[in-house]
Design a protein around this ligand. Structure first.
Ligand SMILES: [Zn+2]
Length: 532
């Protein structure tokens, strides 16, 4: 008897009603899937824990096997055991009749088999149970090595079913890592009009279409968006879908990605789901925490605290109405070096930091010309890899320029000698946190890009490059030797983020070393915003 047949035969009751996949049609394939290795990367509230609970009861009651359902701690075990599992057993007469004498929080003996509910946090707990099926719930909260041990406890079983489900946390970690090794299935909606496939989460927000004025009355009052076909704009039916694997050649591991985007459960106080989701999406500009929650809970994708926080939308948001300028007083300059020098120059005006000039060159002398032309108050120049010309440059503008290192946790100022005699100012910053604070300033709208409409020719090209480089500020997570997750912006070969690095240096020049800093810094004629 298949799981589906068993569900019907047992008359499973969920929250007082007969269990059904109506309004959760994406679960049908999942219920019919008996692949031994299943990974579920999911948003919040997609009914997966309940589905897996039913499967473990089937394994115990019908197959006569032992299943272990693991959570990250005992509190979760007792909540799930009492509120979800025991309620289902009590409400479903057939199951109630099959529960044997042992029925406590951690162990349900049902028919010839058993369901264990356990916390996955010590090795001794994991080693104590041999079993036929292992489920880990909220996998990202569980230790990798313990999961491996739990899976090993199925060694002697002829079933050996494993399922892991979790909201993602960091990219490349936990459930995301597990999912990436699978065939990676996504729920695709089939357009009732043109028949084409639409994947809401991979293409988000392309399927969330504004309701045209002439159609408004066919939607609920207050609705502004609907979920439509990206090819022909017809309304999509959330129940009319099919799971499509991104990597169908992978047969050994099965993966499902579940998001809230195709939910059919509508809270009573909103006009429709698409409007609610787009409102939350618009709100993301308010900051970091919101987009993290949106990405993880609604889209079901990992979020490393800003893996690619800079996107077109944010760049448009910080687009000012100014163009490039050629002469300023009291500007701030940042320079990134490598094969080329990438230069960014900005001014502080009306409480905003406005970038007014970008240039790419291989000529160090160009920096001197720009210092004069823009009356630069302070410049910060990347120290590596060519330290000598960087120091040379700083020596020509004493008290107006520092070389910059990425090291240490706190911003630190110091000096270094050039030719054994001349003191060159240095500044050291933590790369991740200084880039994060630049992006924070973007999200707060206190830094501005030039307007593309105001730029022509080479300037426009440089500006477009700068925008592109900002989008290359992609963070990833690394496990340190001490086992702590740490976030870093990826760099090195092939990563073109040079203008973004230069922009970051110009902000360090302005906010950390120049503007508002107590030290006297410039020849008065250049000073526009320094302290008196
Ligand atoms: Zn269509």
């Amino acid at each position: 008897m298949s799981l589906r047949e068993w569900i019907v035969k047992s008359g499973i009751v969920l929250r007082g009603a007969k269990y059904t996949t109506k309004r959760h049609e994406y679960l049908n394939t999942i219920i019919d899937d008996d692949h031994p290795w299943q990974i579920y990367m999911k948003g919040a509230q997609v009914a997966m824990s309940t589905t897996m609970l039913i499967k473990t009861l089937y394994v115990a009651e019908h197959l006569g096997k032992k299943a272990v359902y693991y959570f990250q701690n005992d509190g979760q075990v007792s909540d799930f055991s009492n509120d979800r599992c025991q309620t289902m057993l009590d409400e479903t007469p057939y199951l109630a009749s099959r529960v044997r004498s042992t029925n406590n929080v951690g162990l349900k003996q049902i028919g010839p088999g058993a369901l264990y509910l356990r916390g996955l946090f010590t090795l001794s707990q994991v080693k104590s149970i041999d079993c036929d099926m292992v489920i880990t719930d909220e996998t990202d909260e569980c230790k990798d090595t313990l999961i491996d041990y739990a899976v090993d406890r199925m060694m002697h079983s002829d079933l050996q079913w494993f399922a892991s489900l979790s909201q993602p946390s960091f990219p490349g970690y936990g459930i995301d890592k597990q999912f990436k090794q699978t065939d990676q299935r996504y729920w695709n909606l089939i357009c009732p009009s043109c028949g084409k496939y639409n994947c809401l989460e991979l293409d988000f927000p392309e399927n969330f279409l504004p309701i045209p004025d002439n159609k408004k009355r066919t939607f609920p009052d207050g609705a502004t968006y609907y979920r439509g076909c990206k090819y022909c704009q017809s309304r999509l039916e959330m129940s009319q879908g099919e799971w499509v694997a991104l990597r169908p050649e992978r047969q050994d591991k099965r993966g499902y990605h579940l998001s809230q985007l195709y939910t059919q459960i509508k809270p009573p106080n909103i006009p429709n789901t698409a409007t609610r989701i787009m409102k939350e999406w618009e709100d993301y500009k308010v900051g970091h925490n919101k987009i993290a929650r949106f990405t993880v809970s609604i889209l079901g994708f990992p979020y490393g605290g800003g893996n690619a926080r800079v996107d077109e939308k944010l760049l448009d948001f910080i687009e000012g109405d100014h163009g490039f300028s050629y002469r300023e007083t009291g500007a701030y300059m940042g320079v990134d070096q490598g094969d080329q020098l990438h230069i960014s120059i900005g001014i502080i005006s009306g409480g905003f930091f406005k970038w007014v000039y970008f240039e790419e060159t291989d000529d160090w002398n160009k920096l001197d010309e720009l210092m004069i032309r823009f009356g630069v108050s302070y410049a910060v120049v990347d120290a590596m890899p060519n330290k000598w010309p960087a120091k040379q440059f700083c020596s020509r503008f004493p008290k107006q320029a520092s070389i910059q290192y990425f090291q240490g946790k706190e911003l630190k100022k110091g000096t270094e000698l050039l030719s054994g005699t001349l003191e060159i100012p240095t500044v050291s910053v933590d790369r991740t946190s200084s880039l994060d604070s630049m992006i924070d300033r973007m999200e707060q709208g206190i830094v501005m890009f030039p307007n593309r409409e105001e730029c022509r020719g080479g300037n426009l090209t440089a500006l477009e490059r700068a925008r592109y480089h900002c989008k290359q500020l992609i963070a990833k997570e690394e496990m340190t030797n001490s086992g702590v997750m740490r976030r870093v912006f990826i760099g090195g070969q092939g990563i073109e983020n040079h203008f973004a690095m230069a922009m970051n240096s110009s902000l360090i020049a302005a906010y950390e070393l120049g503007y508002g800093s107590a030290a006297p810094m410039v020849v008065p004629i250049f000073r526009k915003f320094g302290t008196a």
